[in-house]
Design a protein around this ligand. Structure first.
Ligand SMILES: NC(=O)c1ccc[n+]([C@@H]2O[C@H](COP(=O)([O-])OP(=O)(O)OC[C@H]3O[C@@H](n4cnc5c(N)ncnc54)[C@H](O)[C@@H]3O)[C@@H](O)[C@H]2O)c1
Length: 323
């Protein structure tokens, strides 16, 4: 049996880091097949759709998706929607897993991926003088994300931190908090605590070693995971997984399309390669995933995208991993 992986480079440095990740995956002795598909702002400009139906079909037929990056303009562009947000929604990839590993840091942020302030319920009133965003939190989404976080904590060091702002956002965060603690009672083996999001941000900086798994809502998770990335080698080292109940799942570096360095072949491919390692874990190739992760963390970025990918493979060979 082989596993089919859809590669979507997307925009900017996606076109550099995804081929680098492919080179590494292809060098591993695993039954993987690859197909490429288009998405992103460049695709939107070419064909009028940032996520064409053919790409959705390719993704639906595959076991996993490796996505580079998309460029999303600040101003509204009629007809453009982020393909990443649409892929998450289409395949109900409700859990966003963002590990951060570095000196004295080994934590995982589990971010709810489908609702919260990213529910696309924004409007303007008073002729544009007032802008309003609605924050949607449901018990069902809060419970299922907490289940994922509890399972991850169980497989790691057994500690879960529930992050919210229920002292101010009494309805939305109040519901998230109640649902999360309700689920956590099914995991009596875990050490469960709660932190307000602002306190969590401060403790992440002051004492990151105290954290194992954090679970939180969409926007808070987005910000805290970039903070954690910044503490552990920056965006060039930050991978992520978007998982749902089945296949496909989607793996992507946390960084964006980095237009300031795109096209120069200097992007750090390690976040994309660490995302590929998460993909291997998801497909059950846990030994290869660990070997790839070990080699990637041990390899500095050479300043050249393709060279760094080859250096990671050379490190795997030195480690005795099967390449
Ligand atoms: N998931 C995604 O696809 C995603 C995420 C964030 C931003 N974006 C989009 O990307 C575009 C640029 O956004 P931004 O500048 O805020 O974020 P960015 O992550 O693209 O870049 C931020 C900074 O980090 C650097 N950087 C990022 N990845 C790097 C890498 N692999 N190696 C070396 N340096 C790297 C960039 O050069 C830049 O200076 C925007 O259009 C934004 O909407 C997309």
């Amino acid at each position: 049996m082989t596993h089919l992986i859809t590669l979507i480079s997307g925009d900017g440095i996606g076109a550099e880091v995804i081929p680098a990740a492919r080179t590494v995956l292809e060098a591993l002795d695993l039954p993987l097949r690859f197909q490429e598909a288009d998405a992103g702002f460049g695709t939107f400009e070419r064909v009028g759709d940032a996520l064409p139906p053919a790409t959705l079909d390719a993704c639906a037929a595959s076991d996993a998706i490796l996505f580079g990056a998309t460029s999303s303009p600040m101003a509204k562009v009629a007809g453009y929607q982020s393909p990443i947000l649409n892929l998450r929604r289409h395949f109900d990839l409700f859990a966003n897993l963002r590990p951060a590993v570095g000196e004295g840091v080994d934590l995982l942020i589990v971010r709810e991926n489908t609702e919260g302030l990213y529910s696309r319920r924004e409007r303007v009133e008073d002729g544009g003088a007032t802008a309003i965003a609605e924050r949607v939190i449901t018990a069902a989404a809060s419970e299922r994300i907490t289940h994922v976080a509890c399972e991850q904590a169980r497989a790691r060091r057994g500690k879960l931190t529930i992050v919210h702002k229920a002292n101010v956002l009494k309805e939305t965060c109040g519901l998230f908090r109640r649902a999360a603690f309700g689920v956590a009672t099914d995991y009596p083996d875990l050490a469960v605590e709660e932190l307000l999001v602002d306190t969590a941000a401060m403790r992440l900086v002051q004492d990151p070693g105290r954290f194992d798994v954090l679970v939180t809502t969409n926007l808070f998770g987005d910000i805290l995971s970039d903070l954690a990335a910044g503490m552990t080698g920056g965006l060039g080292m930050a991978p992520s997984a978007n998982v749902g109940a089945g296949h496909p799942a989607l793996f992507e570096p946390v960084h964006g399309s980095a237009p300031d360095i795109a096209g120069q072949g200097i992007a750090d491919p390690r976040a994309a390669i660490l995302s590929a390692a998460m993909l291997l874990d998801f497909l059950g190739y846990t030994e290869a995933a660990s070997a790839l992760r070990r080699a990637t963390y041990a390899t500095p970025h050479t300043g050249n995208t393709a060279h760094t990918a080859r250096a990671i493979l050379a490190q795997m060979e030195r480690d005795g991993a099967h390449v």
